[in-house]
Design a protein around this ligand. Structure first.
Ligand SMILES: *Cc1c(COP(=O)(O)O)cnc(C)c1O
Length: 384
């Protein structure tokens, strides 16, 4: 075999990392190992390292190896959902009395878990606009152990400067976790900018087909991976082998899909930006977006998520969401099909009345990979 002169590119990694053709059969895809347990040759003598599928499963291991490579990490752990990964990260890294800093527009479920579950157990938190570095610095306390970043955020698409927040975390001897769900590893590599841990809801762009729920934690730090692995096995929120396979199958086309999501989002932004019934378009690719420069520095492109403020208030926004025909009115994001939703009433209903509340005329679009012209026609007719 010829010597590898350069690191393989992202698309090659996406297709190949973590799975060799099956040694026995030559199958090019990893088998779906639907087995909870594994025969032992003698007591404690394992044939290939597997003993029980909560602890380890070969299909899941193939997914984990692929995820680690995609994020240029050394270790990855796959979970039953993004929230299971979030729960594992929080409980592995925080103890009662510890403090964490979270963004003021964190994913609703992340905020709910911290506020309703972690806080009653004695974990303290401060909510800050993560793009405001002075506010982040001010929020640091001696007990701060963890800084939690989402960029772009959901649903306001604010941009945090990963390298700058990493510096604040390092100075505070705290860990920086980046929820990279919205960008996907193809558009943004947080570990390269100094983050310690990357979190994904693999339900979204990584799976990419709205057919599987999953999560992941990726790191280069062995001690963190060990703590995550202890809870992954100890608490058991693992994905099954079929879910692991589906996620891995989705990942193979991630680069192609992200390019198309970004192309389509740009076309829609151009259309919406000039539409009289749209008050404001929020997209990090727009030069007037306050995070545009930082996004351009740390992202390959600006992704498939677009938010808009609809003129005419909440009623007009509700009507817009109800009238689309190609865009499906649904929660979630990152699949091949276009989705539309009203965060204040749907994904972010749990933030109502809190510091994380979102405008009630905000509409979030997850732009799919259909033909851009059809998507534009659909939004045009829905806006009336
Ligand atoms: C969806 C999502 C989560 C939660 O993931 P699930 O797979 O739904 O449990 C976490 N963070 C972000 C940014 C998300 O979009």
């Amino acid at each position: 075999m010829s010597q590898q002169l350069r690191k393989p590119g992202f698309a090659t990694v996406a297709v190949h990392a973590g799975s060799e053709p099956d040694a026995r059969t030559g199958a090019v895809n990893p088998p779906i190992y639907a087995s909870s347990t594994y025969a032992q040759d003698g007591v404690g003598e394992l044939r290939s390292g597997y003993e029980y599928s909560r602890t380890g499963n070969p299909t899941r291991a193939a997914l984990e190896a692929n995820l680690a490579a995609l994020e240029s990490g050394s270790y990855a752990r796959a979970f039953a959902s993004g929230m299971a990964a979030t729960d594992c990260a929080l409980r592995a890294m925080l103890r009662p009395g510890d403090h964490l800093i979270i963004p003021n527009d964190a994913y609703g479920g992340t905020y709910r878990l911290i506020d309703k579950v972690l806080a009653p157990w004695g974990v303290e938190y401060t909510v800050v606009p993560m793009h405001d570095l002075a506010a982040v610095r001010d929020a640091v306390r001696p007990s701060t152990r963890l800084l939690w970043v989402e960029t772009p955020t959901n649903p306001l698409l604010n941009i945090a400067d990963i390298a700058a927040v990493a510096e604040i975390a390092r100075a505070a001897s705290a860990t920086l976790l980046v929820d990279n769900t919205f960008a996907s590893p193809y558009l943004q590599a947080p570990l390269e900018f100094g983050a310690d841990v990357v979190l994904h809801s693999t339900t979204k762009y990584l799976g990419g087909h709205s057919d599987v729920v999953g999560g992941a934690l990726i790191t280069r730090a062995e001690a963190l991976d060990e703590a995550f692995g202890f809870l992954q096995n100890g608490a058991g929120a693992i994905p099954g082998p079929f879910d692991s396979y589906l996620t891995l199958r989705g990942i193979k086309t991630l680069p192609l899909r992200m390019e198309r999501h970004s192309d389509n989002a740009e076309a829609l932004v151009d259309f919406l930006d000039r539409h009289p019934k749209i008050e404001q378009v929020i997209y990090p690719g727009l030069v007037e977006h306050p995070g545009h420069e930082v996004a351009a520095k740390q992202m390959r492109r600006f992704g498939g998520m677009v938010s808009v403020l609809v003129s005419g208030g909440v009623e007009a926004a509700r009507e817009f969401c109800a009238r689309t025909e190609i865009f499906t009115l649904a929660e979630s994001l990152g699949g091949v099909e276009s989705l539309i939703e009203l965060p204040a009433a749907m994904t972010h209903a749990s933030t109502s009345g809190s510091e994380l509340e979102v405008p009630d005329n905000l509409v979030r679009l997850s732009v799919g990979i259909e033909d851009a012209a059809d998507l534009i026609d659909d939004l045009a007719q829905a806006l009336g």
